[in-house]
Design a protein around this ligand. Structure first.
Ligand SMILES: C[S@@+](CC[C@H](N)C(=O)[O-])C[C@H]1O[C@@H](n2cnc3c(N)ncnc32)[C@H](O)[C@@H]1O
Length: 239
């Protein structure tokens, strides 16, 4: 879904999101876990920005998976000490087990349905050490989804003189929130326009907590304030 936009992803989102600050907050959470985690799996890692800061600044060993090959290529190039793999969070299989898995910036909602969500949660659970943790930054709560959403964001890169304009329009299809995203990119070489449709599942807090439990995690809900959106921390239950 980000295949065309991949090359401008960092330019745009690094101007809208503070990955350094987010990584600092993730480190704050990780330092509360006993024993202190070392090995992290970033599920739906995108361009590997969280991984980059967590490994270079805080010393974690971070691997990542993402469905989009163009994003994984960028993540792998900027994280030479990690393993970055093109994989679907609902069906991946890696040779390692991790202390912590994280799935940030609402990526979990791309599983769309409760079945998809639980397939991914079980898959992640299978890659965690006993007592391992899962940190999920959720999408809009089902009750708070505003299907009339129409917004736009703009970013500019001095060095390449590239301007990215991203316009989003939302609608609802059953339990799915649909975002139609139009991009207009201006570069010294010319103008580029394309569109993407993103389909994200609308899960309620109770639904996510129930799914966590059914997949072996004891959930702990943390409202907005730590990251941009609410987070759920699941502890893998033993037995
Ligand atoms: C909003 S981006 C977040 C990326 C990154 N975590 C960040 O914070 O910048 C959502 C990501 O989910 C990935 N994605 C969507 N469906 C996926 C799936 N089934 N398995 C793995 N990754 C998926 C997309 O390719 C995209 O990189």
């Amino acid at each position: 879904m980000y295949s065309k936009f991949a090359k401008w992803y960092d330019l745009h989102y690094r101007s809208l999101k503070d990955y350094e600050k987010e990584a600092e907050r993730i480190d704050y959470i990780l330092r509360k876990f006993e024993p202190k985690p070392q090995r992290i799996l970033d599920v739906a890692c995108g361009t590997g920005e969280h991984a980059r800061v967590l490994s270079t600044r805080y010393g974690y060993q971070v691997d990542g998976i993402d469905l989009e090959p163009n994003l994984v290529e960028i993540a792998a190039a900027k994280n030479p000490n990690g393993e970055f793999t093109v994989a679907d969070m609902r069906s991946f299989s890696l040779p390692r087990q991790y202390d912590v898995a994280m799935c940030l910036f609402s990526s979990i909602a791309y599983t769309q349905t409760e079945e998809g969500l639980e397939t991914a949660l079980k898959q992640i659970a299978g890659h965690l050490k006993p007592g391992g943790r899962l940190i999920i930054e959720s999408w809009v709560d089902a009750r708070r989804w505003n299907e009339g959403i129409v917004d736009a964001s703009e970013s500019y890169d001095e060095e390449t003189q590239t301007k990215v304009l991203q316009a989003r329009e939302g609608r609802t299809e059953g339990d799915l929130s649909i975002l139609n995203i139009d991009y207009h990119i201006s570069t010294p070489e010319g103008e580029i326009e394309f569109s993407e449709v993103h389909k994200l599942g609308l899960f309620s807090r109770a639904q996510l907590e129930d799914s966590f439990r059914r997949c072996g995690f004891e959930p702990n809900f943390i409202p907005e304030g730590v990251l941009e959106r609410s987070i759920f921390i699941g502890k893998l239950m033993v037995g």
